[in-house]
Design a protein around this ligand. Sequence first.
Ligand SMILES: Cc1ncc(COP(=O)(O)O)c(C=O)c1O
Length: 354
Amino acid sequence: MTIYNFCAGPAMLPAAVMRKAQQEFCDYHGLGVSVMELSHRSADFMAVAEKAEQDLRELMAIPDNYAVLFMHGGARGQFSAIPMNLLGKGKALYLETGQWSVAASEEAQKYGDIDRVDLRCEQTTLDMSRMPDTKGYAYVHYCPNETVDGVALYQLPPTDAPLVADLSSCILGRELDVSRFALLYAGAQKNIGPAGLTLVIVRRDLLGKADPKCPAILNYQLAANNDSMYNTPPTFAWYLAGEVFQWLKQQGGVSAMAARNWAKASKLYDFIDASGFYRNPVAPSHRSEMNVTFQLNDAQLDQRFLAEAEAAGLKALKGHRLVGGMRASIYNAMPEAGIDALVQFMDEFARTYG
Ligand SMILES: Cc1ncc(COP(=O)(O)O)c(C=O)c1O
């Protein structure tokens, strides 16, 4: 039976990448050791690290005046690092569109003067007319893809202030113009590779402004000065991320992935909307193409749905504990066949219990 893993993160990785990593696992390029046993400062690992950065720069068309940092601590680590590096004595604005942007703004409160604006309307849409005047803010933070809620903000928030975005669940799955941002960041465990690595893409003129109390491992300037090797980086995760970047290039890059992701998500949303058995309450213009949340009209069938899905090889469809219901996370690595299998299962389940 083919297994499809719909986990929100750590998420499935491309099968081709996993097979290559397996082949190289014990003996990397004939060195007789695993890539995870190499010194991060060895020429062999430095080549892995540099190639990964070059490929990412190419995939995202990252301009030269941006540093790419391979850091630790997950996206939550960045919830602290961002205010400590960018806030100075200024004030920041946090846009709240779902669980993760709220978590980011709550963490930022610890470090300085933070304004928050809640753009959510009954969790089904976002009201951009609530955006305040953003003049004078050190930065505006937002999350273009709310992994838990299945809510996306596809257009850029209207602001001239430096824009900071949490791309944890949409990086490399959606096209985006890096030059419009001051800083982008993402935990790796959805569209990049295994957990343990965090990517930060930051405009270089913003470096060197960190609070003196900022922990050294969260300091962007130190990370940039040391090629992300101020301390031992998560080398195996970095290597695997590099393999994912090469795979993405073979797939036609981000624009090709974005088209495929839209096709996959549309197929699933169209089925849900037409079913009469399942529903998705998010306004169509804010539906995420990465995390498709849905509920059964009869919540008493939830456990049965999950058990039968698991038995059919469709894993990890349970919604986040904070919102309940179901969630299918369908990042770059999820093939269209996984969506077909899910739709077929959901259809059969609805016919049986509807
Ligand atoms: C949008 C978003 N931000 C932040 C996080 C937290 O990431 P981490 O567990 O790497 O700290 C997640 C995790 O799922 C996420 O989806």
